[in-house]
Design a protein around this ligand. Structure first.
Ligand code: NAD
Length: 467
């Protein structure tokens, strides 16, 4: 089928190459000319597993990159909108990029098209898209609007797209839903998984991807509710982790004990610095705004955010407690991305913590396997902030190492070497990547989240001061 994807960011680019991988002909449009030039010339603008291979396979064949909608709308059966929906001042999603794209799409509609919301949008956005198309004089018989929310996770985006837990299609007309059914057919019938060159993953011929058809507003709510629920799980375990610490319990054991209950499950029960990234913070805020607009009291969403914000403070206080004062202290910050596996630093807890440490007068040397470039765009190097070329360079002569992102590389450090290059063997781990006993055995003072701090020698242990 002929498909147009508007936006070539984490979602648009992944959707475009995956649709091409499924056998469709895709035109991927972005108004960022530099990005389109890079894509055309063989570049890969984001760090994502399997993306370079799929781009090499489909560039100029299944997928073409263009900087203006031009004839793309007229030539496509479905137009997927995958532009940003950032948080506005009130907490509501800023839908101006979506509206701008819909106005442009309107100009290209001459026969029946399906306009698909791929971006995460609040409930009733499908109605607004319909209204904007009407206002631009498009015949209502010539279009359908469908909500097809995207559930991919950065870091595993390609695999998530081609092996989805579910595909949700929210349509208020059968004709439009049918177009989406046909687009996803290779995944829902399993024909894609039968191909010898298919990317392996959780779906198969026997267990193809499930597709759920709902009303448009139901699909819009499924996306917001899913993200809010995942954020809730993270905030819940973080709140429990603070309690665990207060009573000398171990959050890792608590999470394991809870996660074995199949009704709860182990995923998203990792205590740490809280969620970040371009989705959870803005989606929880937007969902709350939607509830308020509809007169529904959903205070739980506010509490999820409050707990999340607190986690950065909790970590910062641990750094203070371990180092006493921060002015002039040399700190190695391992991690800049908001999570491992991506170069995305949007709303990254790591950057927020580094800013706070710099403000307190610390000297920070940062390292991340993928996000150095993006981090420097928002946090440029200076007198107090350096970016290291490799991991152990960041730790050289450091008063403490801080683990801020859960990259697998950081969970497999050469602890003997690390201790040798550091000034003092102190690790403050915001992601609980190590077992306390391992760190004690290697001579580290080890502070983590929701677990008692570990000290190699008795004299390093601070005395408990009675209030
Ligand atoms: P992004 O910022 O990485 O990409 C958006 C792209 O849209 C940019 O390249 C931008 O130049 C382009 N764009 C903006 N206006 C345009 C226009 N008028 N014409 C053409 N291109 C235009 O954003 P993203 O992370 O891909 O997210 C896109 C949407 O998908 C958001 O609503 C987000 O909430 C949602 N989402 C994101 C993820 C994720 O993990 N990143 C997952 C699921 C859903």
């Amino acid at each position: 089928m002929k498909i147009c994807v508007v936006g070539s960011g984490y979602v648009g680019l992944v959707a475009a190459v995956c649709f091409a991988e499924m056998g469709h002909h895709v035109q991927c449009v972005d108004n960022d000319e530099a990005r389109i030039k890079l894509l055309r010339e063989g570049g890969v603008p984001i760090f994502e597993a399997h993306l370079p291979e799929l781009l090499a396979k489909h560039r100029d064949r299944g997928v073409r990159f263009i900087s203006g909608l031009g004839e793309a709308v007229a030539e496509s059966e479905a137009i997927f909108i995958a532009v940003g929906t950032p948080q506005g001042d009130s907490g509501a999603a800023d839908l101006s990029y979506v509206e701008a794209v819909v106005s442009q799409i309107a100009r290209g509609i001459r026969d029946y098209k399906v306009v698909v919301e791929k971006s995460t949008v609040p409930v009733y956005t499908n109605d607004w898209i319909r209204r904007v198309l009407h206002r631009h004089g498009v015949d209502p018989l010539n279009f359908g609007v469908v909500s097809n929310p995207e559930f991919l996770r950065e870091g595993t985006a390609i695999s998530d797209f081609l092996h989805p837990d579910r595909i949700v299609v929210g349509a208020n007309e059968e004709r439009a839903a049918d177009v989406l059914r046909r687009i996803y057919e290779p995944l829902t019938t399993g024909s894609y998984y039968a191909r010898p060159d298919a990317l392996p993953g959780s779906c198969s011929m026997q267990q193809p991807a499930p597709l759920l058809v709902t009303s448009a507003q139901t699909a819009e709510l499924i996306k917001h509710a899913s993200n809010a629920f995942l954020a809730l799980k993270i905030s819940f375990i973080n709140a429990v982790s603070n309690l665990a610490e207060a009573v000398d319990a171990d959050i890792e054991d608590i999470a394991a004990g809870m996660g074995l209950d199949t009704r709860i499950g182990p995923k998203f029960l990792h205590a740490g610095l809280g969620y970040g990234g371009s989705c959870f913070p803005k989606d929880v805020a937007a969902f709350h705004w939607v509830a308020q607009q509809r007169g529904v009291n959903f205070q739980l969403l506010r509490e999820i955010r409050r707990i999340n914000d607190t986690q950065r403070e909790v970590f910062y206080n641990k750094v203070l407690a371990a180092l006493w004062t921060l002015r002039g202290k040399r700190l190695a910050a391992l991690g800049l991305a908001y999570k491992g596996g991506t170069d995305d630093v949007r709303e990254s807890p790591a950057l927020e913590i580094i800013r706070k440490l710099l403000k307190a007068g610390a000297q920070v040397t940062a390292y991340d396997p993928a996000a150095m470039e993006r981090a420097q765009e928002v946090l440029p190097p200076g007198d107090s902030l350096r970016y290291a070329g490799y991991l152990y360079e960041a730790a050289a002569n450091a008063d403490a190492v801080l683990i801020l992102t859960d990259w697998p590389q950081f969970a497999a450090l050469d602890l003997v070497h690390l201790k040798q290059v550091m000034r003092f063997p102190i690790m403050i781990d915001g992601r609980n990547l190590y077992k306390p006993q391992t760190m004690i055995d290697h001579g580290f003072t080890y502070v983590s989240m929701g677990r008692p701090a570990s000290y190699p020698a008795q004299q390093d242990k601070p005395r408990k001061v009675a209030c």
